[in-house]
Design a protein around this ligand. Structure first.
Ligand code: PSU
Ligand code: MN
Length: 308
């Protein structure tokens, strides 16, 4: 085994330079590439997400574990491993050390990405949807480790809310308990990933990147920066999934997962794949659209935060 104490985290030169100069950097997760989007288009989408960050004025830092090394900022070869290799495992915070010690490949969830981003000195992070509390959690105890990780990691995550494959109301309750502020970007309603409104009110609405940067700065000076801030950016209404199609596919997917006996960390990828197949790619289009929008917004917030 290699010695993880000496080379466990490697920051790409472009990312390190930007951080040293106090510039805008946006972290990106990799589970969405390996387990959240179908091949072969996933690799192209990963590159487009990075381009969207650049278009917003920031440097992208996609995070993954490659050959046992946690990498912050991936070159093309590393991105190919994440998008193409059959040996990439889904890695949450607790899995990081195991995969690193074994010299394996890992795609990082929101939890693990947030952890490594913060360690590297990156404050902004863009993704599609957060993990949360699963339906039936009262009996299965299936709550994503994303929530607990965000409760102890001072990053700001831009996402499109959570998918309705989860118990959205319970997820919002847990975000409250865990001290994670949720800011609706241009909305008072919590977005539901494929849909702009998951059916719940939010306490706080922000309308500009500067508004978010001000909250980040205030959080730091008040010392409430042990937890993450979630910026919930709804998918544009014209880009959203048809609600009837959404509700039908969701019901089918939940039944299919139940009868296939899918458990643990396989639940989320199973339901995502079901959506992509059952909507003949329409959900994939929405997924890509909203991730790109989140990447641009995160970059603009990073620019606004760096300018303060
Ligand atoms: N939700 C999505 N797409 C995703 C994920 C969640 O709409 O790709 C991924 C993210 O990486 C998230 C992880 O951090 O799934 C959560 O998995 P789990 O529920 O097993 O914690
Ligand atoms: Mn789970």
């Amino acid at each position: 085994m290699s010695d993880p104490s000496t080379s466990a985290v490697r920051i790409a030169p472009e990312v390190a330079d930007a951080l040293a100069a106090g510039g805008a950097v946006v972290a990106l997760e990799s589970t969405i590439i390996s387990h959240g989007l179908p091949r072969p288009d996933n690799l192209d989408v990963a590159r487009r997400i990075e381009e969207a960050v650049r278009a917003g004025g920031a440097v992208p830092a996609t995070i993954a574990v490659v050959d046992g090394v946690a990498r912050v900022g991936l070159d093309d070869a590393a991105l190919e491993v994440v998008g193409r290799s059959d040996d990439v495992v889904k890695v949450s915070v607790r899995d990081l050390a195991v995969v690193a010690a074994r010299g394996g490949h890992g795609a990082t969830t929101v939890a693990a990405t947030a952890h490594l981003a913060h360690r590297a000195g990156i404050d902004l992070f863009a993704t599609g949807g957060l993990g949360g509390v699963h339906r039936e959690a009262a009996t299965t105890w299936d709550e994503s480790a994303d929530l607990v990780a965000l409760s102890r990691t001072p990053v700001t995550v831009v996402c499109a809310g959570v998918k309705s494959i989860l118990d959205v109301g319970a997820t919002l309750e847990r975000l409250e308990t865990l001290g994670i502020a949720v800011l609706g970007f241009g909305t008072n309603r919590f977005p539901g990933f494929y849909l702009p409104d998951a059916g719940f009110d939010l306490d706080w609405r922000v309308d500009t990147e500067a508004d978010v940067a001000a909250v980040i700065a205030a959080r730091r000076s008040l010392g409430t920066d042990d937890a993450a801030i979630v910026v919930a950016n709804p998918v544009a209404p014209e880009a959203a999934l048809d609600r009837g199609l959404h509700d039908r596919v969701l019901a089918e997917g939940l039944t299919a997962a139940e009868s296939a006996g899918v458990r643990g960390k396989d639940v989320t990828p199973f339901l995502l794949a079901h959506f992509h197949e059952a909507t003949a790619g329409e959900s994939l289009r929405v997924n890509v659209d909203l991730v790109l929008a989140n990447a641009v917004l995160a970059a603009r917030i990073a620019v606004a935060a760096a300018a303060r």
